[in-house]
Design a binder for this molecule. Structure first.
Ligand SMILES: *Cc1c(COP(=O)(O)O)cnc(C)c1O
Length: 392
């Protein structure tokens, strides 16, 4: 019998460089490999397992739905999908939701809405969408075009035309780019995740939002990673006091099941009509039931905890030996270290802590409800690994 690691290496396409860990089970923020070794999970499946592994309430909600009605297609009404849409609108003030299965699909929907809106209001030549340098918006041919990092593009040209990239935190440059082109929308992540965990500056966001509003250019927030409590508010844009026209989200929404959402404001809620867009699995009742449960847990008390735990990590690591800087918001943090980030991640793994990287940084995205005891243990290990062998 081959181990599942060997089978995976033989039969799964080599698009992922996996860590040498074979995980078999998890509970809360702890998980276990085939040898029984325990790990503290500081990555939550890349910001997906919002409530950790096998959260009791989430498992109950998902299991009940699984045994009732697992899928119907979007030809029929189902209760979890309707409840989830209503709850997302109630908590954001946005008006309507389109459900897909992933972040890239949520962004594809936003891009289609923006193009149709601008074509109808201003003319078909208003198809450009400005995104930021160093951004990440997904892996489909169109969301790759949106992604402002050339190294993701190179092997797959030509991509969907019409995407322009402006430097982050430079409103003048973005506005100049916009004025020189016929623009439908501006799209940005409140905290650039894959780009290295950089929060946008408040001045930049408010200036761009005011400009977009004045010019009737749609403002899209890609909250695939920052959404659903990750930054210490329900959505990242809420830190900036701006009102986006479209918000996309995915990763943490389903609590571990594939679900993407494109939230539309009143201004654009009617842009797509029957037949303009669709998804076979989108809004699947099991995924939606999981998400309804996740949202029910994301109350002010939990968000307070996210902010407190964030402050704890920042306080412990800022200025620590071997740490150059700590960036990000809430439980989405990037640590720039003297040692290569990949070496820190490997050494942490050996000591039973699972971390991620983003560009040249160590990235932490623990479950939003990680218990204090595990957080403290993980931070102590991360801190000692980062310091080890570093000379003053
Ligand atoms: C992960 C991510 C995506 C892509 O999501 P998928 O579910 O992998 O398609 C898009 N935008 C941002 C900001 C992300 O972090």
């Amino acid at each position: 019998m081959k181990s599942f690691k060997q089978q995976d290496e033989q039969f799964v396409a080599h698009t992922y460089k996996r860590f040498p860990v074979e995980l078999v089970s998890g509970k809360g923020s702890l998980c276990y490999d085939v040898t029984g070794k325990e790990y503290i999970d500081m990555g939550s499946g890349i910001a997906v397992n919002s409530l950790g592994f096998a959260n009791d309430g989430w498992v109950a909600a998902v299991s009940a739905q699984l045994g009732t009605l697992q899928h119907t297609s979007n030809l029929y009404y189902t209760e979890p999908c309707a409840t989830l849409a209503a709850e997302l609108c109630r908590r954001t003030g946005l008006s309507k939701v389109f459900f897909g299965n992933s972040g890239a699909e949520a962004n594809e929907c936003a891009i289609k809405v923006a193009r149709k809106y601008a074509a109808e209001k201003k003319g078909a030549e208003y198809y450009h969408i400005i995104t930021l340098e160093n951004s990440f918006h997904g892996r489909t041919v169109t969301t790759l075009a949106a992604t402002g990092q050339a190294h993701y593009h190179e092997q797959f040209l030509p991509l969907t035309p019409g995407f322009l990239h402006a430097p982050a935190n430079d409103a003048e440059a973005l506005i100049a780019l916009s004025e020189a082109n016929k623009v439908a929308a501006i799209m940005m992540e409140p905290v650039q995740g894959e780009g290295g965990v950089h929060a946008l500056e408040a001045d930049f966001v408010t200036r761009v939002a005011a400009y977009a509003k004045e010019k009737d250019i749609l403002l899209i927030f890609d909250e695939v990673q920052t959404g659903n409590g990750r930054t210490g508010k329900l959505y990242g844009y809420m830190h900036y006091g701006v009102a986006p026209d479209i918000v996309t989200t995915a990763k943490g929404l389903g609590g571990g099941l594939p679900l993407g959402a494109c939230l539309l404001s009143e201004k654009v809620e009617g842009v797509l009509s029957y037949g303009d867009h669709g998804s076979t699995f989108g809004g699947n009742p099991v995924c939606a039931a999981g998400a309804v449960y996740v949202l029910s847990q994301l109350d002010e008390a939990l968000l307070d905890q996210v902010r407190e735990k964030s402050a704890y990590i920042v306080k412990n690591l800022t200025g620590a030996k071997g740490v150059r800087s700590v960036s990000g918001m809430g439980l989405m943090l990037g640590i720039e270290t003297e040692k290569p980030a990949a070496d820190v991640v490997s050494a942490c793994m050996a000591q039973g802590v699972l971390c991620l990287t983003a560009k040249h940084k160590v990235r932490l995205l623990p479950a939003l409800n990680i218990p204090w005891a595990e957080l403290e243990r993980a931070v102590a290990i991360i801190k000692s690994v980062i310091a080890e062998g570093v000379t003053e």
